[in-house]
Each structure stands twice: as C-alpha cells, then as structure tokens.
Design a protein around this ligand. Structure first.
Ligand SMILES: [Ca+2]
Length: 250
C-alpha cells in the first residue's frame, strides 16, 4: 500500500464526510470543457454565500473525461472570496481540491487553505477579510504565512500566487508549524479523468463571506500555460457559468 495514499485516507475520513455533506442542496455545475491535453473549469461573477461556522461549507464539482493519461499535469487553482457584512477572518477558512478517478479507485486531496495565519500565539489566524488567490506548487511562498511574506497586513483583498497551505489535518488544530504534505502535484500525477471537488468552509463563528470566483486548471507539465485572456479560456469560463445557471433553475 502506498504509504502516502494510506495517510491521505486516514486524514481524509473526516474531510470526506464534509465533502459529502456539502454536495447536498447546493449548486454543483457539471461541466465538461476541456482539451485532450488539459482543461480549465471555473466560474466568475458568482455570489455564493459561505455559511458562517459551518464545516459543511460549499463545493463546486465537475467531471473530466477524454484527457491524456500517463503524463503529469501541472495544477493551478484560483479562488476568490469577498466579505459579506462584517466579513469573516481569512483565518476562518478551510479549502481544498479533491480529485477522484472515474472508477473511484484512487483519490487525493490538496489543502489550499487551512486557517491561514493560525499559530500558537494567534490561534484564530489572520483577521484580514477576503482574497483573490492563485495556488500553485511552484509559487515561492506559503499562503499560511502570507503576512510574513508581505511584511504585514495587506491593503484590501489578499492577492497573488501562493503555495497551497498543504496542512492536511483537522482545521481546529492547524498551525504554522504543522507539517505540510497535501500539495497539488500528487493530484496531477493521477489519471486526470474523473471527479473534481473544490470545497470551501468557514470554520469559526463570527463574520462570513461569499465565493465570487474560482478556476481549476490542468495542463501537462511541459506545456506553456495559455494566458487567461485567450478565447479558449473565455469559452470555458462561459460554459462553466452556464452549467451553473442551468442547475440552479432546474
Ligand atoms: Ca466565520
């Protein structure tokens, strides 16, 4: 048994339960917008409330098929959340990307955010509210300690490209010193076809926010990533948004 996968399964028993709960009663666009060598799926201009202090959170799920198997993919995830009212602390949030093969024989999870800023001296994490983030394993800095990298609290929404938090553990226990193991690369080494879930939850009472946009992108590791302004990208974004609207009005 792959030791890493076994650890994932152990660590994820609780998390998987959250994902199952989250899939009930929320909009889950079923989108297939991809090329044989990669895909980009997402939504922009959405306004999905993230319930305060609720581990069931919200999720976006989609399926992929027909993608080339046997080559590693580089994965990037964009995630945008804005405050509503008082606004949640960014340290309230827990977010992950989960990929499961079509047969269900394998699944892996990358932890994007796990109570950013939480430490022994600041257990509630950073008090900033809102972000427009891109996650990439090849980024230079850990999102969990973005204030350290920025030299203090940001002005407005936190932005930029960051390494995923990677702390695959109970969000009530995650600290800056916690081990980091749940990155995006292991998902990119799987068969890219199957089920994908992007999950976000607000894990702390007080203040809340809303999901305003997201994207999951996968390209073979040797491929140059197209600019977001290309027609290909725009077409995919539109397809995702349309899929979401259809579900909501069904
Ligand atoms: Ca909250």
């Amino acid at each position: 048994m792959n030791h890493c996968l076994e650890n994932h399964r152990m660590n994820l028993s609780r998390i998987a339960a959250c994902a199952l709960i989250a899939s009930v009663g929320i909009s889950t666009p079923r989108v297939q917008a991809q090329q044989p060598l990669g895909f980009a799926v997402g939504e922009s201009g959405v306004s999905q409330p993230i319930p305060d202090n609720d581990p069931s959170g919200i999720a976006r799920t989609f399926q992929t098929s027909g993608l080339t198997v046997g080559v590693p993919y580089d994965l990037t995830v964009r995630l945008s959340v804005e405050p509503t009212g008082f606004g949640a602390f960014n340290g309230d949030y827990y977010a992950y990307l989960l990929h499961e093969t079509a047969s269900g024989s394998e699944f892996r999870l990358a932890v994007l955010m796990n109570r950013v800023g939480s430490s022994a001296s600041q257990p509630n994490g950073y008090s900033d509210s809102g972000f427009q983030l891109t996650f990439s394993d090849s980024a230079l800095q850990d999102i969990h300690q973005y204030r350290v990298s920025l030299g203090g609290a940001p002005t407005g929404l936190v932005s930029g490209t960051w390494q995923p938090d990677g702390r695959s553990m109970d969000p009530s226990l995650a600290l800056d010193t916690s081990p980091r193991s749940a990155f995006l690369a292991p998902l990119g080494q799987m068969d890219p076809n199957g089920h994908w879930t992007l999950f976000v939850a607000d894990m702390e009472a007080g203040g809340s926010g809303k999901l305003t946009g997201w994207e999951v992108r996968a390209v073979p590791s040797a491929t140059v990533i197209p600019e977001p302004s290309t027609v290909w990208m725009l077409g995919i974004g539109s397809a995702a948004a349309m899929g979401c609207r259809r579900r909501r009005t069904a």
